[in-house]
Each structure stands twice: as structure tokens, then as C-alpha cells.
Design a protein around this ligand. Structure first.
Ligand code: SAM
Length: 253
């Protein structure tokens, strides 16, 4: 029997075996891997992963669900970290970490930013998210979906949308379609921002008011000369800039 879902924790439990199989197939767990599942809930995915990867680390905020998982699995099979994944230090787990989960949709963007801050230690991530969020993560410039989330993730990861999952695969069904996506950190030779926090500020300001030109949106943050040296017309809008152009524009003078 599934526990009564708590809406405020974004609880939609995966119940469809076909999609469970497909997610396990996308993750392709192998013995000896270091793996963290975010939001294990009642443990449908957990059970499948822990049959292969031991110990499987899980971080779950819901006290009752975390307790039930501890009752069900010995700690050397599933190590339960009870708490908020947004505050969980992924640096505690071995390098080459794989991060997976059917994420709580209400905190999916902050969770993606949090996980991205540990990209150096991560081998890959396989997440189920709202399909609309996956579309934004993978979006190209000059499309309505392209925004801060696209740029901040694409600067660190190759993003590969895998497949769609309908609402009926969950209990209770969410109001929206879901999708599974894989994120693989880019190599050390990737184009990098010279100052990552400045890059983040420039990207944030460029998308804060999408209709503004870069000249106006970045006033006080990016000097006119910086546009010239990056070869970017300041009358363009942020949504037209590629990740590489954002990197060029955010160079510290
Ligand atoms: N993995 C399960 C499944 O597929 O059936 C549950 C997925 S459900 C969409 C999201 C899970 O994340 C819930 O178990 C919820 O309690 C948990 N959760 C919500 N917010 C969280 C947070 N900030 N940190 C850790 N877990 C969280």
C-alpha cells in the first residue's frame, strides 16, 4: 500500500512497471558504482537500484518515508540520509557519483542548481522531471524555452532528453507530462567562465526581463566596451545569446 501523498513535498509515486523498467534501463546501474537517489519516496526505484548498487545512498525529506526505508533495507544495502536534498553535501559521497531520481517537481530548478554545483564530482545524472523543465534544460537560443536554466546547465553538462512519461504512470497523477533526462558533465576542456559567479549574475540579469535589450538589462554590470570586445551587439536580447557568447560577455575586465 502506498503512503498518503503529501502535496507540499511534490509526492507523485511512480507505479507503472513499464516506465520503471525504462528508467532503470536508462540508469543501467552496475555493481561498484557510487549512486545517490534523490527523493526515493516509498522506494519503487530504490528497490531496483539497490539490487545492483550497494550501498545505494538516498536522501529523503519525509521523515515517515525515510523511517520506512530504514526498516525495509539494512544500511549496507540502502544508506538513508534523512533531510533536504537542497542542503545535502554531495561532497560526502565518493567521486564519480551517479545522481538519479524522480525529483520533487516543486523544487526541481533549485535542486538542479544544487546538483550542478557538484558537477566536478559527478559522472552523470538521470532525472525524471516535469517535461516542460526538461524542454527548458535542453533548449536552444532563440526559442521560448531558452532561459537561465538552459544556460546555467548547458555550461556544465551535455543534456540528453530520453523519453516522455505520461501522468497515468504515477499515483496520484500529476497535472503535467514528465520526462526523463540525462546530464553528463562536460570535460575539463569545456569553455569556462573566467569568473563563475560573475557569469551567473550576467545570465540572471540577462533573463530577468526577457524583452529588454542586453544594453538595458546589463546596465551597470557589463560595460559598453565589453560588448565590443566580445563582438556582441548590445541591442540583442539575452535569449539570442549562445552559452559561448555569455561566457565571452562575462569576462572580467
Ligand atoms: N522516487 C519516488 C517514486 O518515483 O515513486 C518518489 C518520487 S516523488 C515525485 C518525490 C520525492 O521527493 C518524495 O518522496 C518527496 O518526499 C521527496 N522530496 C521532496 N522534497 C524533497 C527535498 N527537498 N529533499 C529530499 N527529498 C524530497
Amino acid at each position: 500500500m502506498l503512503p498518503r501523498p503529501k502535496k507540499r513535498l511534490g509526492q507523485h509515486f511512480l507505479t507503472d512497471r513499464h516506465y520503471l523498467d525504462r528508467i532503470v534501463g536508462a540508469i543501467a546501474p552496475a555493481p561498484g558504482e557510487a549512486m545517490l537517489e534523490i527523493g526515493p519516496g516509498p522506494g519503487a526505484l530504490t528497490e531496483r537500484l539497490a539490487a545492483v548498487v550497494r550501498p545505494l545512498h538516498v536522501v529523503e525529506i519525509d521523515r515517515e518515508l525515510a523511517h520506512a526505508l530504514r526498516e525495509r533495507f539494512p544500511p549496507d544495502v540502502v544508506t538513508v540520509h534523512e533531510g533536504d536534498a537542497l542542503e545535502f553535501d554531495l561532497g560526502r559521497l565518493p567521486e564519480g557519483l551517479r545522481v538519479v531520481g524522480n525529483l520533487p517537481y516543486n523544487v526541481s530548478s533549485p535542486l538542479l542548481f544544487h546538483v550542478a554545483s557538484f558537477a566536478d564530482r559527478i559522472r552523470d545524472c538521470v532525472f525524471m522531471l516535469q517535461k516542460e523543465v526538461v524542454d527548458r534544460m535542453a533548449a536552444e537560443p532563440d526559442t521560448p524555452e531558452y532561459g537561465r536554466l538552459s544556460v546555467m546547465l548547458q555550461v556544465r553538462f551535455a543534456i540528453d532528453p530520453c523519453f516522455r512519461v505520461p501522468p497515468g504512470a504515477f499515483s496520484p497523477p500529476p497535472k503535467v507530462d514528465s520526462a526523463v533526462v540525462r546530464l553528463v558533465p562536460l570535460g575539463a576542456d569545456r569553455p569556462r567562465a573566467s569568473d563563475e559567479s560573475r557569469f551567473a549574475n550576467v545570465v540572471k540579469a540577462a533573463f530577468a526581463q526577457r524583452r529588454k535589450t542586453l544594453r538595458n538589462a546589463l546596465r551597470g554590470l557589463v560595460e559598453p566596451e565589453a560588448f565590443a570586445s566580445a563582438g556582441i551587439d548590445p541591442s540583442r536580447r539575452g535569449e539570442t545569446l549562445s552559452v559561448a557568447e555569455f561566457i565571452a560577455l562575462a569576462v572580467t575586465s
